[in-house]
Structure formats: structure tokens, C-alpha cells
Design a binder for this molecule. Sequence first.
Ligand SMILES: NC(=O)c1ccc[n+]([C@@H]2O[C@H](COP(=O)([O-])OP(=O)(O)OC[C@H]3O[C@@H](n4cnc5c(N)ncnc54)[C@H](OP(=O)(O)O)[C@@H]3O)[C@@H](O)[C@H]2O)c1
Length: 311
Amino acid sequence: MPILTERRRFGRTNLHVSPVGFGGAPIGFLETERERTAQTLNTLLDEGMNLIDTAAMYRGSEALIGETIGHRRDDYVLVTKCGTEVPDLAHKAWTPELVAATIDRALRNLKTDYLDVMLLHSCEIETFRKGEALGALVDAKRAGKVRHVGYSGDNEAGAEAAQHPEVEVIQTSLNICDQRNAELVLPVCRAHDVGVMVKRPIANAAWKQPDEQPGMYRDYASEYHRRFGLMGLRLEDFDDDVQEGGWAELALRFTLSSEGVGTAIIGTTNPSNALANLRAAAKGPLSKAALERIHQAFGSAQGGEAWEGRT
Ligand SMILES: NC(=O)c1ccc[n+]([C@@H]2O[C@H](COP(=O)([O-])OP(=O)(O)OC[C@H]3O[C@@H](n4cnc5c(N)ncnc54)[C@H](OP(=O)(O)O)[C@@H]3O)[C@@H](O)[C@H]2O)c1
């Protein structure tokens, strides 16, 4: 029996997804070894995870995924992202030509003839409104290369994109240190029956000291690390079962407790962290009291700052 058996409805797509998915940014940006990635991904698939997220701009991520689990294509829902410039394609960002070429590139890298979901990778809302990039995704859907179309983004932009009739999936940030999208984006997704995938779901491990973070994640995680310090949460204030799992478990179960979340895509280069995350998710939502404590800490730590959702 795999660790994770739960499947969640994914908006109005016909897909059902595991509450934990795999976030493919660190394996690309940190150039994780092929063998280690193969072990992480195959273990996750064997233990009940069924969604993989990557992007054209995550350096070698798409190719690593294609090489290591392309032979198991029926075992996972495959999501990637496009629109930003990529070194080996000449077209300008957000043009229909670039979107079309990036889809073909993704199919080659990921060793597949269809993508379950293709997202526009956090474009400005003005670019989204022009409709050219989105139109190129819809064309790819008609051609059978892409099954569902979506947008990755936060705050007001995420909320607006979620209302567009062609948008079936939204990827947005939500975690203990980043709660604004739960108020702003998730209700729109629920109202329009849009599938929700949460990025940065464990706050980039904000509890770690900056010098414990690998490479570029030192800077990338620094704002969450600052917020985490100001929030003043203490593990000993939570139930014993949460304390045992530590911060990663608390952070993940917080994210998965929000109404309407389909899957939380955790980035990891570490097979044992990957397994621990599945075990944590299998424990289910946090108690009402624990959720209230985390909401309260987020609300009161901001002072006059109004913490926005992080792209
Ligand atoms: N659309 C966008 O613009 C956008 C932006 C950000 C992220 N994303 C997507 O969302 C995914 C997730 O976001 P993320 O990778 O930035 O952040 P995240 O999943 O919140 O955190 C990843 C960090 O947590 C650590 N970690 C994972 N499991 C752990 C555990 N059990 N205990 C301790 N540390 C643990 C990882 O280190 P180890 O490698 O050591 O496990 C990694 O440094 C990305 O990979 C990407 O697919 C998309």
C-alpha cells in the first residue's frame, strides 16, 4: 500500500491529483545529479504522488524529468510552464511563436506527446490581457499537445486570471509565511471551479538559517525567513503529533488545510525529505486551533507592511 492514497478533484479538469506534488525548480537550478533525481522521483511515484511540476526556465529540469521517469508517463499528471525567454529559442517573451516553440521543446524534453497542463509562467497581467500568449496555449490545446491551460501568478493578477473562461488551473503561492492568496485567489478559483496547485508550499524551508540554504535559495528564501522570525511561532505551542514532524510537517499540513487546494508542489532534491513529506500529508489537516494560531501570527506580525503573495 503506498503512503499517499488520497486524490483530490482538480477544478473542472477531469484530473484527480495527489495532495503532494513534485516541484521541479531545485533539481534544475541546483543541477541535481541524475541518479539522485531518479531515486527521488521514482520513490515519490511508487508511494502515491502523481503530479510533476516543472518549467522551461528551470534550466535542465524538464530534461531530467524526461530522462528519469519519461518511461512511466501514465503514472503522473505533467505540468510545465512557458512564456519567458529560453536560451535555445530565439523568439521574444510572451509571443505566440515562443509559446508554440516552448510547447514543442517541452514535449521533446519530457519524452511525451501531450502535456496535461501548460501554464503561462507569471506574466504581467497586462500581457495576459492582450490574449496572444493565452491564445497560443488554446491553439496547442486544439492540436492535442496540451490538455488544460492555466496561469501561474499571485495577488490581484492571480485573482483576475482565475476568472478567465479558458483558465482551468492556477498555480499560486500559499504557505505559513504567505497567506494573502488564500483570501484573494482561492475564493475566485472555488467560484470558477479552477484547479489549484500551490507553489512554495513549505515556505522554502523558512525556518532554516540562510547559510543552511543551498546556492540561490539563500536569497530566494530570505523574505520568508524574515517573516518567519517576525511571526514568532514555536513548535512547542502545537500538539505533540505536529511537534514530532517538525516545521516541514507543520508548514505542509497548514497549506493542505486550505479549502480548494488540489496539490502542494514541494521542491526537493532529497529522497528522504520527499518521503517525509508524503507521510506528513497522509496525516491530514491541522486542527482548527493550530490553523488559528498560524493565521493570527501572520496577521499580527505584518504591522503596517501588508505582506503580498510572493511570485
Ligand atoms: N510559478 C512560479 O513562478 C514558481 C515560483 C516558485 C516555485 N514554483 C514551483 O513550486 C515548487 C515548490 O516551490 P519551492 O521549491 O520554491 O519551495 P518549497 O517547496 O516551499 O521549499 C523547497 C525547499 O524545502 C526543502 N525541503 C523540502 N522538503 C523538506 C523537508 N521535509 N524537510 C526540510 N526541508 C525540506 C527543500 O530542500 P531539500 O532539497 O533539501 O529537500 C527546498 O530547499 C518549485 O519547485 C516550482 O516547481 C513556481
